[in-house]
Design a protein around this ligand. Structure first.
Ligand code: HEC
Length: 237
């Protein structure tokens, strides 16, 4: 029986890692910690998203006021700091760019990012956003190790700087320095991926909060029931 369970476990591990490898074309993916209870991280991620992603991509399942509540901001804070187009607080996060124009400029329409964290996985996103490299043959001047011939430019070049890619070793190294150190850039991307994980599954935040109360309830119930059980059985034993 033990061997059977072990064999099943091995099978499970190898299929899941096999899938992860297939999705990245055999390239190592950098894992990232997702913590939906870390409001400060989600707020920083939201800021990066609004500043650098929403100009091309939309997140049409997400409303600004819902986000405000979930990540611990007031509606006014969101209106003043995070809404750059003239939308209303109850609107969903759409872009002004027409999809025909985007197609003309980038060859493809930038996809909606509402559920990208579930489609690609957070490790893939984390790696993708750190792996743009200079490639003169591309229209945008850059390519990406996990997304070959990507139509998206390296929008965070100012923060990360430009990287070059060594085909043989697979190593990325700086051609130009960015405004941020490697460490700070990785934190910026991790916060952004945390935010993308949140918009992919916004109700998870509420479920996590609810789970805490349920566990507390069970604990209190246990404190009450356990002595009662003991009292009942004392006479019988
Ligand atoms: C200038 C426009 C532009 C901006 C700004 C931009 N992107 Fe993109 N993005 C694109 C385009 C175009 C594609 C499609 C690439 C392709 O299919 O070749 C894309 C693709 C992607 C993908 C891959 C989607 C897939 O097919 O799996 C992800 C993830 C992504 N972008 C995330 C982001 C994030 C996060 C930001 C903000 C830091 C951002 N993008 C900013 C244009 C943009």
């Amino acid at each position: 029986m033990k061997t059977l369970i072990f064999a099943l476990f091995l099978g499970f591990v190898s299929t899941t890692s096999g899938l992860a490898m297939a999705a990245s074309g055999g390239i190592h993916l950098d894992e990232v910690e997702i913590d939906l209870s870390d409001k400060a991280s989600l707020q920083r991620g939201a800021k990066t998203f609004m500043n650098y992603c929403l100009s091309c991509h939309q997140a049409s399942y997400m409303r600004y006021n819902r986000m405000a509540k979930d990540i611990g901001l007031t509606d006014d804070q969101v209106i003043e700091n995070l809404m750059f187009a003239s939308e209303k607080i109850g609107d969903t996060m759409t872009v002004a760019m027409r999809s025909e124009d985007a197609k003309k400029w980038f060859g493809v329409t930038p996809p909606d990012l509402s559920v990208i964290s579930r489609a690609r996985g957070t490790a893939w996103l984390n790696t993708y956003l750190r792996s743009f490299y200079v490639d003169d043959e591309k229209t945008m001047g850059t390519n990406n190790t996990v997304f070959k011939d990507v139509g998206m430019p390296h929008v965070l070049w100012q923060q990360q700087g430009y990287l070059s890619h060594d085909e043989e070793s697979g190593h990325l190294s700086h051609v130009t320095e960015g405004d941020l150190s490697n460490y700070d850039y990785n934190v910026m991307v991790a916060d952004l991926v945390n935010f993308l994980a949140y918009i992919g599954e916004p109700s998870k935040i509420q479920r996590l909060a609810l789970a805490k109360w349920v566990l507390l309830y069970l604990f209190i119930l246990f404190l009450v029931v356990y002595p009662m059980k003991k009292a009942f059985w004392r006479d019988i034993h």
